[in-house]
Design a protein around this ligand. Sequence first.
Ligand SMILES: [Zn+2]
Length: 482
Amino acid sequence: MKWEAVIGLEIHAQLLTESKLFCNCSTKFGSQPNSQVCPVCTGMPGVLPVLNKKVVEFAIKLGLATNCQITPVNEFARKNYFYPDLPKGYQISQFDKPICIQGHIDVEVDNKKTRIGITRIHMEEDAGKLVHQGSDNIKGATHSLVDLNRSSVPLLEIVSEPDIRSAVEARLYAEKVKQILQYLEICDGNMEEGSLRCDANISIRPVGQTILGTKTEVKNLNSFKSIEKAINLEIERQIEVLEDGGKIIQETRHYNEATNSTKSLRSKEEAHDYRYFPDPDLVPVAIDDKWIESIKKELPELPEQRKLKFINNYQINDYDASIMTVEKYTADFFEAVIKLLNKPKDIANWIMGDITAYLNNKQLLLKQTQLKPQALARIIELINNNTISGKIAKEILPAIMETGKDPEIIIKEKGLVQLSDETELKKIINSVINENAAAVADIKAGKMQTFGFLVGQTMKKTSGKANPQLVNKILNDILGIS
Ligand SMILES: [Zn+2]
């Protein structure tokens, strides 16, 4: 039988606000445990939460950027459950009246555009964190500690429609969500630090069938690679169960990245298990058109717009434009260099070539290096006016990316200025000719492939500093080749 997968993603994005959702505590990552807590975010009795306006603004931004409708009056609800890292006994979230509904994002798979619906985006608070001692999880730990720094940090949950049909599509969709969040500068998208977390709802059905199969939810997907791997794994598992005559049970499964396997965590709760009810301490959030309009005006150029602009204004191809716009920082950088030097294709080639190779090798992002737009523009200029060869440019790039120093300073420090003095080059070439009489005879006899050998010998003698065009010209002159 041929099976089809039906996948929906829930993505939790931690917002880049300085303070928490309902109090003034800091949201800074990596601080001392329990150093960023107060009676409100630890849920002490008698306290009152005060909504952080920035969070509402960020939610509207994301809603507009993902083609959602903004709900004029939305509401916070209490989601009741007991867990040690949730001292209140409930999480403040949104239930039947979320802030954004009915949006969509387009992704491209094998040059085909697919539209993935967004059911809703809602605001909610994060829970705290349990730190198990002596083991990675509860099993085997001697004891567990509670860190509430993360408790009540603002999140947006982005829930997709079950429109996704493959693991690759799911990964591309998640990457697009991250890209949009980063362009809006409302979430850093750092999956390792947990600022972007993803759960996948997966079911399968025979191709052609319209009703949905029973779904399972796979949690703990904290890299794009694991989103793809875990979904493929779960699809395979479900096919095997059904083809063996078994039944899929609705449950939550945990994905283990290290072993690339999933295991059952618990049978899935239904919404009524949480006894949701409107939070009596928080008034409904009213959003008027004026507010929405003012946020719309502030929206930055989004990835797709920017890509089109790059293709049209800078005459680079579709592929180059997608690479230049993957990250907002790279897109800004690319445009900043163009402003200094109108050579878009050269600039894109440097970014995609040697710069990316360096970044991959060092496991860094462009923004984590010292490379400034001025420096890249200068490198390209120095090649174009024959001050340095392309080879020397490649050689000095790592030092520039590490130190942020001016290319010319590095060139001087390393003694790498290109040799373009004709008189001096002639002397060196003459000595090369004298030392290689046999090669010269070959060339005179018409074996032109030997010409490159003499160029190579000259480059060797000058430690690669000779200007190649000039070497070619002088050799031609001396050997009398036209
Ligand atoms: Zn607090």
